[in-house]
Ligand binder design. Sequence first.
Ligand SMILES: NC(=O)c1ccc[n+]([C@@H]2O[C@H](COP(=O)([O-])OP(=O)(O)OC[C@H]3O[C@@H](n4cnc5c(N)ncnc54)[C@H](O)[C@@H]3O)[C@@H](O)[C@H]2O)c1
Ligand SMILES: O=C(O)C[C@H](O)C(=O)O
Length: 312
Amino acid sequence: MKITIIGAGAVGATTADNIARANFAEEVVLLDIKEGVAEGKAQDMMQTAALLGFDTKIKGVTNDYLQTAGSSVAVITSGIPRKPGMTREELIGTNANIVKSVVENLVKHSPEIIILVVSNPMDTMTYLALKSSGLPKNRIIGMGGALDSARFKFQLATKLNASPSDLNAIVIGGHGDTTMIPLIQKATWNSIPVTQFLSEEEQADIVKKTMVGGATLTALIGTSAWYAPGAATAAMVKSIVLNENKLFTASVYLEGEMGEKDINIGVPVIINKNGWDRIVPLILSEEEQVSFKASSEAVRNMNTVLKDNNII
Ligand SMILES: NC(=O)c1ccc[n+]([C@@H]2O[C@H](COP(=O)([O-])OP(=O)(O)OC[C@H]3O[C@@H](n4cnc5c(N)ncnc54)[C@H](O)[C@@H]3O)[C@@H](O)[C@H]2O)c1
Ligand SMILES: O=C(O)C[C@H](O)C(=O)O
């Protein structure tokens, strides 16, 4: 199976690296607009194949969409990342036009493609990808919840001195500093509610740290993160390619589910060969419902920027 990754920057290259190491794909095409960058990074990664023992072929190309033809899955990471002090939403002016033209090129050469959107502001870029591609809704998926849930587990594991893989915890809602909703009341430590072990102050602190996880790393690094984003994206690609039926929270198009419509936002879904196959019903408490409504409103407001600027 052929997988295309658009953007050979920090997240795109790390996603390619993770996919190759997991050795489940025949070919990864890495495409960037900057002359030679994708070719160079692809060659560098291919020189790890003998050391790491994978057979995936990674090919780098400069803006040549012919080379992406026949891809089953594409990951869009092209665009600018935020700098310290910025919100993800501030990236819309630059990234919307990039994402729109990338989607058009991808669909032209691979009409059966499933697209995973990573570029920020991710929920709005996913909505844009859906509206500008004309593809069925199940073939457009936004990556955010998988990453945010992994960060939530990291925060819980640190506080509980637990193994992150023993934790079951999800983040729904928008992928924004104020819009994401870590569902701490539903989080468990191998089936035991984590709330049993944490004071209310500790719970609030974990939720807050999870929500600003991306901003915290951006402040430390000077640009946004890539290791966990690349790992989360590769895990979703693997679930599509191997038809794993894994449950991730991901940004998908709602048509009345969870009380919302005409919006892409993070909810639990099953990811398999169909893209996002189905939404997993989630019963929210009254407080969680209020948060989900507020998050949806904020995401919807960002979508209006696309309409106001005639991008969709
Ligand atoms: N959804 C998430 O959870 C998540 C996580 C991390 C980063 N991001 C977002 O992903 C995006 C990429 O982040 P990064 O750290 O990899 O940035 P980066 O600057 O390292 O890489 C972006 C790459 O995109 C390329 N590019 C720009 N325009 C292009 C075009 N038209 N066609 C092809 N390539 C193009 C650039 O040349 C660059 O190499 C940012 O918008 C960032 O905010 C999202
Ligand atoms: O924080 C960012 O701007 C990048 C990404 O959305 C993240 O959460 O790491």
